[in-house]
Design a binder for this molecule. Structure first.
Ligand SMILES: [Fe+2]
Length: 380
């Protein structure tokens, strides 16, 4: 495509304080509350058994399994990272966030039409409210959930890794067990939306998030935001919530931290042996730096195993970079075509409808398409 050069490169990130005038800043609304953890994700499934099988092979620890409800945790101290309830559809219902003790949940009831959740719906006690994001997705804000005793994990391989500079492992081998990549915790969720500006504003305001990296289109308008939790001096993941401008309202993927690269690799073998659908990996991301491996659940929802992600304290300023499809990975296998909208009649009719409804402008669609179509690598 004209205007892009097919060479190996990594888009340059510019700190907000040195942003050129032609790039628009992502607005930072005053926060109503402060999220301190992405607690769990809620799903509705027509059949729970295939999801349970996938979750086990993916490395979730099943806490309870009944014909109505499946609850899973990781090896960390969170009592629950995923809930699937039996229903008429296969769908992502929404995320639940743990809010700081000084967040006033009444504010959301008084000003945002949130409703108090009955205690029986909370998997680990405490209290919470339910509200709807601009796309109508249910979002839970919780406080006072109990914690659980972490489950034992093997020792990480990294301290005994031999490099060209350090050789700590002598007269010993690397023999990690063949087992699912035991998920330690829920790391992040990525939401695609047609109304990027409104959705980003809503989540930043409700959760008090900090944009770590913002990517912008060729006209300088933000179109993707990697947001982290505001944990003050305590390091937070590079991103816990990602808002991506696109042509659908949907969950793009959810991501789960595993112990180390060997857990990721052995986990890949176990999932392959179980006949699950591999999507992409193993590679390293650029923004967030995680080593990643992507899988598909039985209903086509994307799940990511990751390890070795970046951590930032709250004082680090937002960085801006141009949005390019090639910028989602630093190295690894080529990103699959399934990560972009299909170029077919159905997509065309869908975007025409969006433009007619004035949900998005034709100009913005062209800019997004140009960013996705730029050659991601010289051989693509
Ligand atoms: Fe991810």
């Amino acid at each position: 495509m004209k205007g892009f050069t097919a060479v190996l490169r990594q888009p340059e990130a510019i700190p907000a304080s040195r942003l050129p005038a032609e790039v628009q800043r992502l607005p930072r609304p005053p926060a109503l509350g402060r999220a301190i953890e992405l607690a769990f994700l809620r799903w509705e499934k027509r059949r729970l058994a295939p999801t349970e099988r996938f979750w086990r092979d993916f490395g979730f620890h099943i806490v309870s399994s009944t014909p109505q409800r499946l609850v899973a945790r990781g090896a960390g101290s969170a009592p629950c990272i995923a809930i699937a309830e039996a229903g008429r559809n296969d769908r992502f219902i929404g995320p639940a966030f743990l809010m700081s003790a000084d967040t006033d949940l009444h504010l959301f009831v008084d000003h945002m039409e949130a409703r108090w959740l009955p205690g029986c719906r909370l998997p680990a006690g405490g209290r919470g409210v339910e509200l709807c994001d601009p796309s109508g997705r249910s979002v839970w804000l919780l406080q006072g959930q109990r914690r659980v005793e972490p489950l034992p994990l093997r020792e990480a391989v990294a301290p005994s890794t031999n490099t060209a500079q350090d050789r700590p492992r002598v007269n010993r081998t690397v023999r990690t067990p063949i087992e699912p990549a035991r998920v330690v915790r829920l790391g992040h969720v990525v939401l695609q939306t047609v109304g990027f500006a409104r959705m980003a504003e809503w989540y930043l305001r409700v959760l008090g998030l900090i944009p770590t990296d913002v990517q912008y289109l060729a006209d300088g308008s933000p179109s993707l935001a990697f947001c982290r939790l505001d944990l003050g001096n305590q390091p937070a993941d590079h991103h816990t919530l990602v808002i991506v401008g696109g042509i659908e309202e949907k969950v793009e993927h959810s991501a789960y931290e595993v112990l180390d690269l060997d857990a990721l690799g052995q986990g890949q073998q176990v999932l392959r042996a179980g006949g699950h659908r591999h999507m992409w990996g193993i590679g390293r991301h650029l923004l967030g730096s995680q080593l990643f491996d992507y899988w598909s659940d039985p209903d086509g929802y994307e799940y990511e195993h990751y390890t070795d992600g970046d951590l930032f304290t709250a004082d680090v300023e937002t960085a801006y970079s141009p949005l390019e499809f090639g910028g989602i990975w630093a190295w690894g296998p080529d990103a699959p075509a399934s990560m972009k909208p299909r170029k077919n009649l159905q997509t065309l009719l869908h975007v025409l409808k969006l433009v007619r409804r004035k949900a998005i402008t034709a100009q913005r669609l062209n800019l997004m398409s140009a960013a996705l179509d730029a050659p991601a690598r010289p051989w693509l």
